[in-house]
Structure formats: C-alpha cells, structure tokens
Design a protein around this ligand. Structure first.
Ligand SMILES: [Zn+2]
Length: 821
C-alpha cells in the first residue's frame, strides 16, 4: 500500500502548471485567473471542449438539436412552470415591493433547473455563436442577480417569503440543509453555470453573483465557524470550478471542508446511507444511497484530491468504483437500480423492468469516470464512460430533443413513456448541459502524450503542455463503423506519443470486471496503420501507444472490427440468468415492439446458435444500424400448452427506444424458454377495455403478465398511490357479451419499499342493462398476498364487470392482474 501511495504521490507531484480549462476566457480581472492554472491539478488534462469541433453524423446533429430545440424548450418550460418567475418575485421583495403572490416554489431546488439550462446554453454558445440565445441568457442573468440578497444569499423560496418558505426550507437559513432544503445544492449548480458562462462569453455578471455567494459560505462555514455539508452534493464540484477560475484558495478549502465534515455527526439528516453520510467520506468502500448524490460526491472528491494532492479521497473512490464495476453497473452503463431512494441496490441487484437508472445518474457516472481517467490515465474508466454515454445516457432524451426519460429501464411492457418535462425536472437540465460539453471528453494530454479517448468525426486544435500546437482531424462513421482515421498536423516535426484507446469491447472485455462477458469469439483483430503501413502494438492501460517523430500530414488508421456480440451476465445477477444482451461496437441493443407484427417481444427466444447480422438503415430513427436474424416466438394455444414458431428478429440501439410510442421492449433476451413470456391466449379479461378511478398504468391489470409475487418489481402493475383509505373502482367492458362465473385477483403489495398494501375489502358487480348488480356468491372476497384470490359466483351473462375496492385507511393499493372467465 505504501508503495502504491508513493507512486500516486509521484504522479500527482509531477503535475505542472498548465493551461486552465477556461482557455477561452476573453476578459481579465484582478480576481479572475486568466493565464495561470492552479499549481496542482489532474495529472492528465482534458483538451477543453472549446478546442474540439464535431462534424460527424452522430453527435454533431445531436448537439445542434440541443442548441436549437432542447435548450430553448427547457427555458420555455422554466418559464411556464414559474421557475424564472420565482427569481422575479424574490427580486421584487428585495426592492421593497409587497408581493400579492407569496406561493413558494414547487420544490426548494427548482432554482437549479434554471442554472442547469443556463450552463448548457453557455457550452452551446461556445460550440456555435447564437446572439439570440446569448441575449436571452443575459436578461436571465439580470433576473438571477436581482434575486441575490445583499450579503450574497440566494435561494428564492426564502427570499420570496422568509416567514413561510417551502416547508423543506426550514425556518432559518441552512437549518435543514442536511435534510431537504437544498440551499447548497442550488449553489453548486449556480457556480457551475457561472464559470461556464464566463468561459463562454467573458461576461462576469453571473460569476460575480457566484463569488459573492461563495464568500458568504466562506464567512459562515469552515473550521472554527459553523459546520455544514450539502444534503445533495454538487457544491464541492462547483467550488472546485470557482477555485480554478479565480485561484482563490478559500473556495478549495471550503470544498474540502464540506467533504471532510460529512458523516454521522449526530445532527438531523446525518448518518444516512441515502445521502452518503453514513461514514466519513474517506472510509466509504461501497456505492450506496441516492445515485446522483453519490456520483456528484465522488466527482467532487476526485476534484479536491487532484487540486490538493489528498490521496485518501483517491483510495476511497477507487474502492467504490470497483464496487460499481463489479456489482452495480447495468450493461447500458446505467446506475442506481432501485426507485426506492433513487438508489444503488444491493450487490448484483440489477432488475430490468424496474431498473431506475436515472438519466442524471448516467451523467454523474460520466463525470466521475472522466475524473478517474484524469487521475489515473487508464482507459478502463473511458470504457465505462463510453458505455454509459452511447446507451444509458442518451436514452434519456428523445431523438427530437423534446421529451425525456427520468428512469431508463431495460425492459418494458409499455408502461414507460417519454415526458416533455417533470415536476422534479433535474434530468432535462442535465442533458442540456452535458451534451454540448462532450467535445471536451474526446482528447486529453499529459506532457508529450496525447490521449485519443472517443471516436468522433471532428477537428481539434490542441495546445500541448510543452507549448506545442497540434491539429488532429478525425474521420469516422463511429459508432456504426469501426474505422477511424486521424490526420495529424503538428506545428513542427517532433517526438510525441499518441495513445489510441482500444476499447474494452474490442478486446473481449465488455466492462473491466467479471460482471459481464462476451460468450462468442471475435475472429477479427484490431489493426493499426501509420501512414498506410501496418504497425504492431501492445496495449497498456487500454491504449496502443505510438511514439515517434510526427510530421505534418501523418495519418493513423485504426480498425475496430464490429461483429454483433452476445453478452452474458454474471450468474449472480438473477434478472439476467438464461438471457443474452446484444452489442455491436459501443452500442447495446434492444428488441422493440414496432418491429414485430404482433407488437410483442417478451415472448422471444434467441438461441445462441442463430446467426445475427448488422444492417444500416438510414431512414430509421435518424439512421441506425439494426441487428437482424431469426428467433423463436413462444405462445400459448387454447389448451394452455406452449407453441414455438420461427420468426424474424430485429433489434435497434437501446438509446433509440420509445421514440415510436410506448410498448414492449427488452434488452436481455431469453435463451432459456423458462425466461420467455409466451403470448397468452386471448381471454374475456385480456380483450376487455379497462377503465379505472384514476391510478397509474391500468393496462397492467389485464396484460396477462404473470406476477411472481405481490411485490414483483419485474412485472407491470397498476396502483392508486398516493390515494389512501378511499373507495376505488376498476371496470372491464367486454369485447362482446359473455357469460362469466369466476374472477381471480392478484393484489399488488410493496411492503418494505412502498406504500401499497392489499386492500381492506372489495366487491364485484356485473352490468344488467344500465345498473350494476352484485354477483351472487358464498365465497369470501380474498385479500391474500402473493397468490390469486379466486371468487366463484352464480354465472351471469353481461357486457361488463366492476370491481369496487376499499383501501386500508393508512395505505394505498394496487393490482398485479385481474382474470375473469
Ligand atoms: Zn434527474
């Protein structure tokens, strides 16, 4: 361990003064660093996003949709949902005006949705000048600045009405920060936005707002002052950015303080795994709790470690990364398996249909992996980053840029649909700010080393640490084609090491752990040519390193063969047993309903010996490679036995699912018939029209998906939450008049994680003309968990059945399945 520490010290100690990430700053000021970087930072430095311009067919159009559609759309939503109006009202109060409307914001963190889109706009302005967008943002910044209190405090819900802010805000400043107030969380996003906008435009009004706020924090908190840490992390990353931008050590010291005081200190809100305060941060070994909070904290720890040289943080986040890579990472790169607490699950707990995988957690995962790469110079972190980026991150935004996923599940029966906005709107804002910053993830450098991490058709003008200039043009159709050509133009011929990343997926390693493995062989090998001539190479830390005297016009051609690959999960992942996932290049695939005549994909069986091919479809989903082949479709016949039928198989990139409407989707495709869901034989229930007294997901009631238990999170279910103690109803209107004499109810009950229980009681009615009559029965109306509750009754000829359900007074209720015959 000591040797390892010394090695890391050596690496960190070698860090030299370097160009700041804010290389495009256009103005100088006494309090803002313009030329000089911090004396210590990451050993490997990213080539800033301002130096890299995309011209490819995959990312460049996405960045353009983000600038022209998603960002204006998100600002419009910020206006419609009054998030910007909160700033205007806070400013009116500060001017001494009396408000007639003192309604607090919907959530105390609504301010962040404005800051995040503003940060995205800043990056976008750097990609492409846009005077209209810039003047909108300038006006918005005026509103934000006017909402700042004289001592630097900024938090609209309290300023609007200090006597009655949002209930989570507490009666005085910072009182409930460790619990729910999100005052520091808001500030973290403010700081990130302020630095980005200053870098993009040279305008410092928002930066001044941020610095005034950060000075208030410095006066209030720290050793010998009050103690605090953020209930939702990100302040640490924001302060690190303020430090980089200004060189003011107070911000770095405060970021370190906020990490070091975190832990079970006996105060309210502390000691919880949910917000990673169950242990001191340097003692943590596993990824637990709320996944977005966690990845923001690990990213903040990486920043502070890089800027201070404190290696205890590095030791901790390395251990935690191993835990995620070995046990808690979805094949799509998503993290945060469970919706309960939006949190990491237990080791190997990776359910597919109920997978939470918040879009923000995917963004956080990429922040964190990028930082680990910058600390260690190892491509294994880029492998995880790329997997998340191309799959579980961009799945969070629709192809038209106007609707979003909050969770990103790996299986659906149609209960998931994209939404234009959310009450808690964190995810759209995170998409708007992450995408335009992507050019900053392509290259990195360390002294005479250039790292080529991502493959994107682009032009980069790179200023190396040693003062040299290097232009790199990438030509590629990645991710659809594995041929990548780099053309180099150094300012003069000289020695340089170009480290070309050979992705794990091209080296038979889906991710750098034993969590997943390819089950088929890749016959073709990776090749590398320099100036048209094949070169031999060995791979270290995931890179082929090409050291030579590079001259103008030299070319490197990398060929990464992209056969269709089958992946198997570790047997400990129960949800994926007897199933395969498909991958081609960095893209993970899914079978989706529109490509199947019956709209069903959960009944598919994909034998390992069936050959699969790839085919580019320029007209489909903005142009995608689809996977084709043959599968077996399973269905029940009228006698209840399972029949097999050969049928065509198609899979699309996972990220593109749910762009053609809601319906069935599956990533992990059964190879074992026991795991497939044969198409059921149509019944009087399954062909009925379902209507309900409100509630969520009524189609689950008669979808014939059989639950394993009342709680079964892998099944689709209906529920009335948050209603409690009420009388609710469900009606089946039959396709045609039928005689029925029996129903079976499988109740939903999520004891242990949610607030639904079996109901207090229920009744059954049938339609006779225009009136509902109770069925005649001597059976009891069962409310037993984990099985069907059967009710036989005197046969009735009818067109509809009605279930009346009385909920327990303290609980809600739901239904897994309701059969009738
Ligand atoms: Zn989110």
């Amino acid at each position: 361990m000591l040797l390892r520490l010394l090695l890391v010290i050596a690496v960190l100690g070698l860090v030299s003064y370097s160009a700041p990430s804010s290389s495009s700053q256009k103005t100088k000021s006494s309090s803002v660093r313009s030329e000089q970087a911090p004396p210590r930072d990451y050993p490997v430095k990213p080539v800033p996003f301002t130096s890299v311009h995309f011209h490819d067919n995959f990312w460049a159009p996405r960045l353009e949709i983000n600038r022209k559609i998603t960002i204006p759309f998100a600002f419009k939503k910020d206006e419609e949902t009054k998030r910007i109006y909160h700033f205007e009202r806070a400013a009116a109060v500060l001017r001494g005006e009396t408000l007639t409307d003192k309604t607090p914001p919907g959530y105390p963190f609504d301010d962040t949705d404005v800051y995040k889109v503003l940060e995205g706009a800043a990056y976008a302005l750097n990609v492409q000048p846009d005077p209209q967008l810039e003047s909108y943002v300038d006006a918005l910044i005026d509103k934000i600045a006017a909402a700042q209190e004289p001592d630097g405090y900024i938090y609209t819900t309290r300023t609007i009405d200090p006597n009655k802010p949002h209930p989570w805000a507490g009666t005085k400043r910072w009182e409930l920060e460790k619990v729910d107030s999100h005052e520091l969380y808001n500030l973290g996003h403010l700081y990130e936005a302020a630095v980005a906008y200053y870098q993009a435009t040279g305008k410092r009004k928002l930066l001044d707002v941020a610095l005034k706020s950060a000075s208030l924090l410095d006066r209030t908190f720290g050793p010998g002052k009050q103690s605090i840490w953020p209930g939702h992390q990100i302040t640490e990353m924001g302060l690190a950015k303020l430090y980089r931008a200004t060189g003011d050590l107070r911000y770095l010291s405060l970021a370190k303080f906020l990490l070091d005081v975190r832990g079970p200190d006996g105060s309210r809100g502390a000691g919880r795994r949910y917000n990673q305060s169950h242990q001191k941060v340097i003692d943590q070994t596993e990824a637990v709790g709320h996944a977005v909070r966690a990845t923001y904290m690990y990213s903040g720890m990486a920043d502070v470690a890089a800027l201070t040289g404190d290696l205890s943080y590095v030791t901790a986040i390395d251990r935690i990364w191993g835990d995620v890579a070995e046990k808690k990472l979805y094949i799509t790169g998503g993290i945060g398996a469970t919706g309960s607490g939006e949190a990491f699950g237990a080791p190997y707990e990776l359910p597919n249909m109920s997978a939470y995988n918040e879009t923000c957690a995917a963004v956080g995962n990429d922040f964190w992996n990028e930082r680990l790469f910058l600390l260690h110079g190892d491509a294994k972190y880029v492998d995880v980053m790329e997997r998340t980026l191309y799959n579980g991150l961009i799945s969070g935004v629709s192809l038209d840029g106007q609707s979003f996923f909050y969770p990103n599940p790996l299986e659906s029966v149609g209960q998931h649909r994209r939404s234009p906005w959310f009450g808690v709107a964190c995810c759209p804002g995170n998409i708007t700010r992450f995408l335009p910053s992507l050019p900053g993830y392509v290259y990195a450098q360390q002294r005479d080393n250039l790292y080529v991490n991502l493959f994107v058709g682009s032009t980069a003008n790179i200023k190396l640490d040693n003062g040299r200039q290097l232009k790199v043009v990438q030509d590629t159709r990645y991710p659809w084609d594995g041929r990548i050509k780099l053309t180099l133009t150094p300012d003069r011929t000289s020695n340089l090491t170009i480290n070309v990343r050979i992705p794990g997926w091209a080296r038979n390693e889906p991710i750098p752990s034993s969590l997943y493995e390819f089950i088929d062989a890749n016959e073709e090998s990776v090749t590398l040519n320099v100036n048209g001539k094949s070169v031999s190479f060995k791979i270290e830390k995931g890179y082929a390193s090409l050291n030579r005297k590079w001259k103008r016009g030299d070319t490197i051609e990398l060929n990464l063969p992209m056969p269709v690959r089958r992946i198997r999960a570790n047997e400990l992942v129960v949800a994926d047993r007897g199933r395969v996932a498909l991958q081609r290049g960095p893209i993970v695939y899914a079978a989706e309903w529109p490509d199947y005549p019956d709209g069903r994909v959960r009944n598919l069986l994909l034998p390992n010996e069936n050959k699969l091919t790839a085919d580019f479809k320029p007209e489909l989903l903005n142009g995608v490679v689809v996977i084709k082949g043959n599968a077996v479709g399973l269905s029940y016949n009228e006698q209840g036995s399972v029949e097999r039928k050969e049928q065509a198989f198609t899979a699309i990139p996972y990220y593109a699912w749910a762009n053609r409407g809601p319906g069935e989707m599956i990533v992990w495709i059964p190879t074992d018939p026991a795991n497939a869901r044969p198409l059921p034989w149509p019944t009087v229930a399954s062909t009925s029209k379902v209507t309900t007294s409100g509630g969520q997901n009524p189609r689950a009631i008669n979808d014939q998906n059989e639950p394993q238990s009342s709680r079964d999170p892998s099944n689709s279910f209906f529920h009335w939450w948050p209603k409690k103690g009420t009388v609710e109803w469900v009606e089946y209107t039959f396709a045609k008049q039928s005689t029925v004499s029996e129903v079976e109810l499988y109740w939903f009950d999520d004891t242990g994680s949610g607030q639904c229980r079996v109901p207090k009681s229920w009744q059954l009615f049938y339609k006779d003309g225009e009136t509902w009559k109770p069925v005649e029965t001597t059976d009891s109306f069962g409310v037993t968990k984990d099985r069907y509750n059967k009710l036989s009754f005197k046969p009735v000829m009818t067109v509809a059945l009605r279930l009346e359900v009385t909920l327990q007074s303290e609980w809600s209720a739901g239904i897994q399945e309701w059969r009738a015959k």
